[in-house]
Ligand binder design. Structure first.
Ligand code: ATP
Ligand code: MG
Length: 137
């Protein structure tokens, strides 16, 4: 069993889709073992997406992620990192497979409803940015 880090992004929280996103997560066999709704600060968003800081969309991405509250989560299950990437679907919703969160809910490549860690190593780093061990049960 493995843990991954998830964010339900502002486009989804603004449209009141937290429960519907969580239903897809749970139906896929992933367990939500920590969850908190937060307003990300600019500094927090910049740090979280630091790997993308040279990309042309970085400013837009930080602005979007701080535009409304997000739900940060830890998901647990067999192969949780890869499984959640599959459940999320492609970054661009036009390329996302049927039944995936992004196919169902995403508005565009930027406003794509969810984040999921892309490796186990990054999952550990990202989880530690938002949760202490005792908050994950
Ligand atoms: P995430 O890291 O959020 O799980 P991802 O791993 O599928 O998504 P990345 O390449 O890591 O995609 O990009 C991080 C985020 O940056 C995307 O989810 C999206 O919100 C935004 N993004 C990526 N590419 C673009 C783009 N071409 N234009 C605008 N925003 C983009
Ligand atoms: Mg990514």
């Amino acid at each position: 069993t493995e843990r991954t880090f998830s964010i339900i992004k502002p486009d989804a929280t603004k449209r009141n889709l937290t429960g519907k996103v969580n239903a897809v997560i749970e139906d896929a066999g992933l367990r939500i073992v920590a969850q908190r709704r937060i307003q990300m600060s600019q500094a927090q968003a910049e740090k979280f997406y630091e790997v993308h800081k040279e990309r042309p969309f970085f400013g837009e991405l930080v602005e979007f992620m701080t535009s409304a509250p997000v739900v940060v989560q830890v998901l647990e299950g067999d192969n949780a990192v890869a499984k959640y990437r599959e459940v999320m679907g492609a970054t661009n919703p036009e390329q996302a497979a049927e039944g995936t969160i992004r196919k169902l809910f995403a508005l565009s490549v930027g406003e794509n409803s969810v984040h999921g860690s892309d490796s186990l190593e990054n999952a550990k780093i990202e989880i530690a940015q938002f949760f202490t061990d005792d908050q994950i049960v």
